[in-house]
Design a protein. Sequence first.
Length: 293
Amino acid sequence: MTAMIRYVLITPAHNEEAFIGETLRAVAAQTVLPVRWVVVNDASTDGTREIVERYAREHAFIHLINVERSSGRHFGNKVRAFNRGLEALRGVDYEYIGNLDADISFDAGYVASILSELERDPSLGIAGGMVQTRFRDGFRSQEVALDSVAGAVQMFRRACFEQVGGYMVLPHGGIDAAAEITARMHGWKTRTFDQYRVTEHRRTGSATDRPLAARVTEGRRQHSLGYSFPFFVARRIYRALEPPMILSSAAALFGFVASMLKRAPVALPKETVRFLRAEQRRKLARLVGIGSR
């Protein structure tokens, strides 16, 4: 069944020579290949372009786009690079569209498995596997909530992607979270399937920030998405054992509270924030209910 499914991938890549080869090998080995995979070389100054060019010569479905801009990483750059890739897909017939980070790898049957889940449930709008992230002492599962999908591997049903409107440029990032919140608001299901594992070779945020700085940024990001303070605190308590242990949650809390005190704006529309906070209230209520039994 999956052999007939048409899907496309977009990969923004900025200075990814260390790991993009892993991603290229993983996609090229899939049992179900994409109709087109657009890799957007986003102003890389290392060997990213040459690595992708080598694979593109061997695989006709890989299309490389080179983008020139001022150097450095910024949350908006990924969205702009992704949208350049989206432009290159005009006129291409496909049913599913995936955002794939340039430091991800997975086994040969991964994409076929995710597509099978999407085919099985027409209400499933975004799907992906459980990400295992590199730490200094090895790999650890991110263990995200199963109604959330890591941005590194989000596979959208095309109808869902178009209804969501794609990715938004947000001041503190969180484009993947914004997309899935909006999808659920429109009635789509979003799901991580933890039986399908993928490997992230560089921890999210580590390309630009040290671990504690990355957690401060995370706190600011979640405030900008409209997270309620009680839910944020509960989430940080749950994740307090993440390295560097309690300091990680303290740093995230600092970022969130600093944004609150500065009355930093929330980036998402009011109706989206209302939906998100209603979801979070239900989750907290279930948590309290479990704890009281």
